[in-house]
Structures are given as C-alpha cells and as structure tokens.
Design a protein around this ligand. Sequence first.
Ligand SMILES: Nc1ncnc2c1ncn2[C@@H]1O[C@H](COP(=O)(O)OP(=O)(O)OP(=O)(O)O)[C@@H](O)[C@H]1O
Ligand SMILES: [Mg+2]
Length: 512
Amino acid sequence: MTTTAVSAPLISIEGLAKSYARNTVLHDLNLGLHAGRVYGLLGENGAGKTTFAGILSGLTHADSGHILIDGEPHAFRVPKDALDQGIAIITQEQSLALDRSVAENVFSGQLASTLGFVRTRALREQFTSLRDSVGFTDLHAGTVVRSLSQAKRQQVEILRALARDARVLIMDEPTAILSIAETQHLLQLIRRLAEDGRLVLLISHFLEDVLSVADEVIVLRDGAVTFAGPTEGQTPRTLTQHMVGRAVEIEHKRPTRVAPDAPVRLAVTGLTRTDGIGPVSFHVRAGEIVGMAGLVGAGRSEVARAIFGLDKISSGTVAVDGVELRRLTPHNAIRHGLAFVSEDRKHDGLSLVHSVRENASLVVRRKFARFHFRTVRPEKSAVGRHTDHMMVKASSIEQSVWQLSGGNQQKVMFAKWVMTNPTVLIVDEPTRGVDVGAKAQIYDIILGLAAQGIAIVIISSEIEEVMGLAHRLLVMRRGRVVREFDWGATSRAEVIAAAFGDYEQEDDTRDT
Ligand SMILES: Nc1ncnc2c1ncn2[C@@H]1O[C@H](COP(=O)(O)OP(=O)(O)OP(=O)(O)O)[C@@H](O)[C@H]1O
Ligand SMILES: [Mg+2]
C-alpha cells in the first residue's frame, strides 16, 4: 500500500467534462486512481457519480477530456471497449440474460463461440473454482438467473467481471439491495479484491461502509471534486461537509406522543396472503408511526403490498377509519385514503418516460377525477411545492423522470404519494438511494405528516431509521410479526436478534 505514492496511476482522468443541454453535470475532473486500492465515491443525489462511473465504463460519453489507462489514452464507445481494458461496472440496472443459467452468464462471450457448443463439465468446474474463491457458495451454476433474488444476481455480475479478469470494478450503490449480512460479505470481498491488486470504485450513500472499506474517498459536489484523499482522518461529519457544504447530522427526536385513545386509522386483521405469508394483525392510530423491521424476505413488503391490493390475499381484513375495504385493489385503497410508496420505483412507482409533474400528479388526478382536477396551474404549483420540499434536483418539473439521478427519482415517488393527502401512508424503504441531507428531510416530512394525524407504516432495512422514527416497532420473521417494541425500549442488537429468531440462529448474527 505504501508503494502507491511512487507508482503511476492505473487510471488518469484529465479534464473530463459532460453536459446535458445547459446542465453541466461534470466539470473538468482530474483524478489519478491506483491499482490495489478501494475508492469511495460520494456526493449528493445528482452530484454526477453515476455519470462519472458511466463514462469510465463506456455506458456514457464525455464531451471533453481524456481517460488514460497505464498512461495510454482510451475512448470507450461501448461497455465492451472498457471491458477490453479490464474495466467492469456492476450497476443496479443489471444486464444479465435472465433466461440463461448462472454459469452461462458468468462466461458469456468467452467459451461457447469458439467451440460451437458449451463444454458443460469444464464450464462447471471453472465456475465452481471461481465461485468458491469469492465465497458465493450458495450460487449454483445451472440455476436460471430469472429465479434469483436481486442480491444473487449481483453476485453473478461480480463473477462475470472476475471471469473477464477485470482489474477495475466499479460498483454503483451495490449494498442498497443487500441485507446486513450480505453487505458485510460484499465489503470484505471488496477489500480482498483490492489486496489482489484490483482497483475498486465504490459509489455509496452509506458513509460508514465507505469509511470502513475505502482507502481513499472522492467527493463530488455539483459535478466538481470537493475532496479527494485518504479515508484516514475522515468522519461522517467531515464527509457530509464536503458533500453538502455544511455538516448534516441525523438525530432522531422522539416522535410526538400519541394519545392512547387516538382513533385507529388502519386496522389489519388476520391478513394472510395466498403465498402463505401471515396471518398478520396490527393497527395504527392517528398520528402514530409504526415501523416494520425484519430480514430481507421476512414478508414486510409482501404485507404492505397485500394491504394496498397489489397482491392477492386468502383471508383477513383491512379497515381504514373503521370502514372495512370490501375489495382489496389499489384503486379502492386509494379511494379509502391509503397511499403506498413502494420499494420498487421502476415497476410500481414511476413512469420513467413521463415528466416529474405528470408522475407526481398522477394519483391525485385519478383520485379527484370526478372533480375534474384538470387545471394545470394549481397542479404545477402543488408539484413544485412538494418537489422543492423534497429537494428534488431537476432542471424543471417538466423534465422526464428517466433523466433524473436515482435518488431524485425516489424523491419524486415520495412526493407523488404525499400529494394525495392520505389518511394512511405506507412507505417501503423510503430513503433507499437518497443522500444524507435529503434523508433528514424525509424524516422531518414523515414526522410532520404524523403530527397532522396521518397514520404511518414505515418499512426499512436500516434499523436505526425505523427505531428512530417509529412509536412502535414490529419485527417480522418468516411472514409473521414476532416481536413488538415501543420507541426507545430496545437496542439494535435486540431487534436483529428478534429478526433472526432470537437464540435459535444466534450464530448467523455473529457471522455478520
Ligand atoms: N440522460 C440524461 N439527460 C439529462 N440529464 C441527465 C441524464 N442523465 C443524468 N442527468 C443529470 O445529470 C445529473 C447527475 O446525475 P447522476 O445520475 O450522475 O447523479 P448521481 O450522483 O449518481 O446521483 P444519485 O445519488 O441520486 O444516484 C443529474 O442532474 C441528472 O438529472
Ligand atoms: Mg446515481
């Protein structure tokens, strides 16, 4: 590690710049990146991180500037050009062939073409040794990728990069979709990859993860580098200073007290899904925030989707303000005052081709269709107010959502549901991909909505987030609620233990 000061950089970035119309996204970037090191790339939503990663990996083109690999200039037209130089990117918009097997994806473009057929046995052996070398032991060569979870698909992408012998791995928010244990495993792997001499560029909004794994951090603010240097000596506070220009601290204030006799706004009774998740019963009073914690796959999102009528149930009831919903459909749920911010903004959240304004006002329009809520001016100002409040960074509310950065898309989705003026708001991973400043803002908004008497259910894999916000915390395991804690009455470790199943699987928690 100490030799890096004298060795030449593997990648040199010289005067790199990129604009979209009048929006300059990257200004004159100059950086030297060395092999054998982990770089954390940080910045607010819309700072230009994904754009920079895209240029380095051939997904996006710079307007000017140079990329030098081992001192030689290269211009990447397509990702394959970057791969040929050993640069691979792992994004959340995964590019796997879903109907092919794991092994076929890992070795795609390498073996089959020369032989005319796939040498199954040799392929499997090669796969097994590669897989075991990185410890993805429960990934099987023959499994069809479509049947894998997002986390496992990410492992396939990593193996594919390593099979191509990539010397540079760029990861754009890889841990956003991972559980605690999976995140720890990935961070350890990132360290090992660097020790093997690879260069890893890790984009993340989790400052602690970056501080624990990166040798150096690069901070972008409005497309310019505000800090590049060793991680040593940096803290979450100094990093947010570089990112935002001021220190942002997330402190969890005790949520406003809810009267024990406040009316019940949401009552869920014996809800059981056709896939067997449940039965689940709970209620949320006016002004109350109920948190749901649990491992990935514990059934939290499934319960939320069933309440909102997105998935089928076999028994149970949902009532809003004492009125039972006769049919559970999204349409009916919205009519009764439910709002649901889904964790999956691509599938049931946003229409990417439409503008911020159209997306944000979509449900409001439907809800008020009978009042002919068509006038554009009040709509514009309402959308503008909500998106400003959420700190959405867009050139205007007429900009198409696909042109926004990931975190900003998330904020538009939140705004869209808050605008419906709901009675009950269910939010699933509301701050996924959102920067620290906007995170604090979203917490304030949630607390403010509760103070107005809205009943809120928040699902989050960030335990601090649910522990800090919720009056009551329900822990789910294997499709059922297994524990309940009041605000301030538990610890992170106790919540994790309940999520894993108290004592029976305590070893799992120790491993992480
Ligand atoms: N295809 C595009 N057309 C127009 N503008 C774009 C396009 N792609 C990105 N932008 C803009 O470039 C800026 C930087 O976006 P980028 O995705 O690089 O941000 P980011 O740092 O990755 O943010 P996040 O943390 O939210 O993922 C944003 O203002 C975004 O709206
Ligand atoms: Mg991004």
